[in-house]
Design a protein around this ligand. Sequence first.
Ligand code: ZN
Ligand code: ZN
Length: 516
Amino acid sequence: MHWADVIAQEVADTCEHPLIATGISPTGIIHVGSLREAITGESIRSAVASKGKDVRLIYLIDSFDPLRKRYEFLPEEYEKYVGMPICMIPCPCGKHDNYAHHFIQPFLDAVDSLEVHCEIVWTHELYAKGEFAKWIDMTINKRQEVIQILHEVTGKDADPNFSPYDPLCPDCGRFCKANYDTYEFPNLEYSCKCGSHGKIDIRKMEGKLKWRLEWPAKWMIFGTSAEPFGKDHAAAGGSYDSGKRIVSEIFGGKAPYPIPYEFVQLKSGGQIVQMHKSLGSAVTGLDAINMTPPEVLNYLFLRSQPNRAIDYDYGMGLLDMADEYDRMERAYFSNEFTEAEENNVAAYVIAQHNHVPEQLPLQISYRHLVNVVQMTKDFDGVMQVLGRTEDMSKATDFDIKRLQVRVDCIRFWLANFAPENVKFSIQEAVPANIELSADEKAYFKALAALFKDIEWNAEQINAAVTDAAKDGIGNKGAFKAMYKILIGKNMGPRLSPFLASMDRQFVLDRLEQAAQ
Ligand SMILES: [Zn+2]
Ligand SMILES: [Zn+2]
C-alpha cells in the first residue's frame, strides 16, 4: 500500500470527522519545501475522502508571527518593522493588504493550480475572533505546569520567568512582556520597552501565544486529526513532543497523527545548489510551480516516503521527472510494471487526487515538446508543428488542457532556468556569420534532391540524411552542417524528428539557399 493510503486508513479508522491541517509562516519568500507540505496534506485528504469520509484540509497562514529580522530582500526602511506581526506590516510592493498577504498570495494562487482543496485560515483572524481565548486563559492559569513540561521535554533548565503569551503593545506595535501576577480574565497587564504599560484583552488580537503553545492550541480549535510538518519540529524535544504533552495535560485534548517530512534539496544538473542569499532561495516555490507541470510536481512529492529527502532538479532533471511521470502513466494503463515500480505507479494514481483519467491521455515526449516550443511563438504554432508528426485529431479537451499547461511550464523554464545547451532558435535565413565549405554545399544539393520525393517522416528523413552523406561529408559532418544552417549552432535536437516537425518546403528552401 502507498504511504498516503496507510496514513489515510489510520485517520479514517480513528476519526469521526477527520481534519488535516497544514500551514506556513509567510515571513519571506516561499521555498519549494512548502509545496511538499501542501501536496502531502492534499494527498492525505483525497485518500481519506476516497474511503467515503467527510474530510477537511485547512491551510493555516501564520500571519500573526513577528518579523524576526530585516531579510536581505527587504528595503532598509523595513528595519523599523522588526518585531511587529507580519499582518500589520505594509506590503513591500503596495498592491497587497499587508506583508503576509504579499508573500503568500502568489503562492496561494499557484497552489490552486495543483488542485489542493484547502480552506485558508489566517491565524491573526483566529486571534481577532477570540478563538484562542480559552487556551490562552488555560495557559496562563497553568503556567507553572507549562514551564515544567517544557523543562522535561527540552531538557533545558526550567525558566520561572518563561512567558508563554506575549501581549502586543498598542503604542509601538511590537510584542512585549506580560505581568502574570495580576492576571484576571480577560485582562492581562503588559509593560513595553517603549515605555507603554497597561492592560490588553486576551479575547482580542492583542497578544500571541508562543509557538510551542500556539500549535497545540490550534489542534484544540480545529480538532486536528493529522498534520504534515517539517522534520525540525519532529526532533526529540522539539515542538511536536512538547505539543503532545501540552495538548493532553494542559488542554485535555489529543495530538494529531504526525507526518514529519524531510526537506527538499535543490539541484541543477545533478549538483546541489546553495541557497541564494538575497532572494532566500535560488528557486522559490512559485518558480517550481511555474516550471513544473502540476501533475509531475504532485508525483515527485508523492513518490518518496515523507521521511526521505527529495531532490528537486530544475536543470535537465526536470525533463527526467516529466519522462518518468509519463512512463508511470503508461505503466498504469497497460498494467505492466515491475515490483520495484509498484510504489511509483501508486504515486501516479494518488497524484490524480481521485480523478484518474479513464484512458491513457495523449502523451507527447516532454523532451520533444521542449524542442517544439522553441520552434514556435504560441500554442497554435505548437499544435501546428505537432500535427506534422502526431495524430492530434484524437486529442480530448483534457489532453489539450494538459498540453497547454506543459507548454507554459516549458516556456517559463526556458526563459529562466534551462541550461544553455538545450536552447536554440530557428534562424529566419542561413545565418550570415557561418562559413560553408564546397562539400557542405554539395551535400545540401544532394539532400534536397532526396527530400523532394520521400514521405515526410523521421524514418525516411533519417535514411535520406545518411544516404546523401555517405560518399561525401559523412554523418557527423552532415549533422553539423544542418544545425549550422538551421539554428546557427554545431549541435541541436535529434535531427530527423526535428526536421520532421518542420514544414518540408521550409527545409527545402533553406537547403537551396545554403547550397548557393
Ligand atoms: Zn505586495
Ligand atoms: Zn511598545
